[in-house]
Design a protein around this ligand. Structure first.
Ligand code: F6R
Length: 369
């Protein structure tokens, strides 16, 4: 039931605040994150020396974001790998490896087979999953459910924000156990997590219409590029995937720092480029570098749509459009910056008269390898 929305995707994007809130619910204890499902596993988390995150598609991008949080808070080295690539390369894995799989459906065959292979090689396995009782959690030693609610549209949206949320909860939980998380850092993260739903809601209330209008203006666009840096990089990848998937427009995401190593050659007059701008409060250097990337592509005629925090006036002279997101600590920005990109992809597909819920050639859960 679409509950009055024009599509399941529209409904599910509107549920992004709730997806985060419900995933956090019941997992906060005072200033700490405590995940009840992981009770009794402290020894395991203290004993591991690396984490490998395995997933496909959008879930893989959530994993790329999660790497920053796990390394920062839990101080464990993290590799993030496409599940179908992991399986066929004779991976080096042992009992001190924690393999974290991420899957909305819990039925993705590529991810399932990679988890089985990791288990066979002796790794401990933990699944982040949105579907109770599905196959991947059953094949794993532990599960942390995302509580995004059923996702019907083929393109994943609310599950993505819930997956990042769950990874952050896991990073905080493990960081506390390993003693690598300073209590005040943990307390700040808890505060950030708790305030996310209303910030996402702010974007839906204040920037959705403008983003959709932008998408309508761009209905004839043949290619869109997405740039991001640090945690904004996987968001650029996600923005590009969503656009390809439902609007059939060529799209590519790049790490902003990679621009001068090749992709800048693609920039010609009129080329639309979305740029995820990191907060200047997080790292002034990184912010300045991204602003200078914007200047470089603008000088070559790109049409720049910046996603930047409220009050960041440095982007104004250089961008054609600025979509605003509320202030958040740097690691939490991806959960906000992705929202306009989901809206944009949906808006563009709608403007082209396409079925946003059922894009051609795709299935909701990919149960073949
Ligand atoms: C993109 C999308 C896919 C899935 C991928 C993994 O919008 O929906 O890329 O993210 O097929 O699916 P799950 O999470 O069910 O394993």
């Amino acid at each position: 039931d679409k509950g009055g929305w024009s599509s399941f995707m529209a409904k599910e994007v509107s549920e992004e605040p709730e997806a985060v809130a419900k995933t956090v619910l019941g997992r906060i204890s005072g200033d700490d994150i405590v995940i009840p499902e992981l009770e009794g596993m402290d020894e395991l988390f203290s004993g591991i020396d690396r984490v490998i995150v395995l997933a496909c598609g959008t879930a893989y991008y959530a994993g790329l974001v999660g790497k920053y949080a796990i390394e920062k808070w839990a101080r464990i080295p993290v590799d993030v790998e496409l599940a179908h690539e992991f399986r066929y390369r004779d991976p080096i894995v042992d009992a001190k490896t924690l393999v974290v799989s991420i899957s909305q459906s819990g039925e993705t065959m590529d991810t399932l087979m990679a988890v089985k292979e990791a288990s066979r090689l002796g790794a401990r396995t933990l699944s982040i999953c949105n579907t109770q009782g599905s196959t991947i959690p059953r094949e794993s030693d532990a599960v942390v459910y995302t509580h995004a609610g059923p996702e019907v549209a083929v393109a994943s949206t609310k599950a993505f924000v819930a997956q990042i949320t769950a990874l952050y909860l896991l990073a905080l939980h493990v960081g506390r156990i390993r003693g690598s998380l300073a209590p005040e850092v943990g307390a700040e993260a808890v505060e950030q997590l708790e305030s996310l739903p209303e910030k996402i809601q702010w974007i839906l209330d204040n920037e959705q219409e403008r983003t959709e209008q932008l998408a309508r203006w761009m209905a004839d666009t043949r290619s869109v590029l997405f740039l991001g840096r640090h945690v904004g990089y996987p968001i650029a990848l996600e923005g590009a995937l969503k656009l390809k998937e439902i609007s059939y427009i060529h799209a590519e995401g790049f790490a902003a720092g990679e621009l001068k190593h090749g992709p800048i050659a693609l920039i010609e007059p009129g080329q639309p480029v979305f740029v995820v701008v990191p907060s200047p409060r997080g790292s002034a250097t990184m912010h300045a570098k991204v602003v200078s990337n914007i200047e470089e592509i603008r000088a070559r005629g790109a049409r720049v749509i910046a996603i930047a925090e409220q009050g960041d006036s440095a982007v104004l002279p250089h961008a054609d459009e600025v979509l605003r997101i509320p202030l958040a600590a740097p690691l939490f920005e991806p959960l906000l910056a992705v929202v306009p990109l989901h809206i944009y992809a949906m808006g563009l597909a709608t403007a082209k008269g396409l079925d946003v819920d059922q894009p051609r050639n795709l299935a909701k859960s990919v149960t073949v390898e």
